[in-house]
Design a protein around this ligand. Structure first.
Ligand SMILES: [Mg+2]
Length: 128
């Protein structure tokens, strides 16, 4: 199974780093889509088949938490696995993200961290 992924971050450099790390991690990736904020991310979800969303928290227009809240209100997107990658350290915020079913990766990160977190949240076997 190859994973179609949507990477949402307001920094193009950070999106490129996340994508590079995911490619290096050995995960089997399909189509890779990018968005610069939550609103663009939701529009991409509307138009593409996405298996995994990787999302930043702090973004203009619509932040990651608002995007996740919108995804959870839509039956088409409520069950898509979400990994949050952020420098955000607030325990309250992390706890609320966990309750929404999102996994969390702290910046900076390694390809191994991304691989293990994605495998865990998507219930992938070790062979994948
Ligand atoms: Mg940001």
């Amino acid at each position: 199974m190859s994973i179609n992924v949507l990477v949402v971050d307001d920094s193009g450099v950070m999106r490129a780093m996340i994508i590079k790390s995911m490619k290096m991690s050995g995960l089997s990736l399909g189509d890779i889509h990018q968005a610069g904020n939550g609103e663009e991310g939701l529009a991409s979800l509307d138009q593409n088949w996405i298996d995994l969303v990787v999302v930043d928290i702090n973004m203009p227009v619509m932040n990651g938490e608002q995007m996740i809240d919108s995804m959870k209100l839509n039956p088409e997107t409520e069950n898509i696995p979400i990994v949050v990658i952020s420098t955000e350290g607030s325990k309250v915020r992390l706890e609320s993200l966990k309750q929404k079913g999102a996994a969390f990766i702290h910046k900076p990160f390694t390809p191994e961290t991304i691989r293990d977190t994605v495998k865990d949240i998507m219930n992938l076997d070790d062979g994948v």
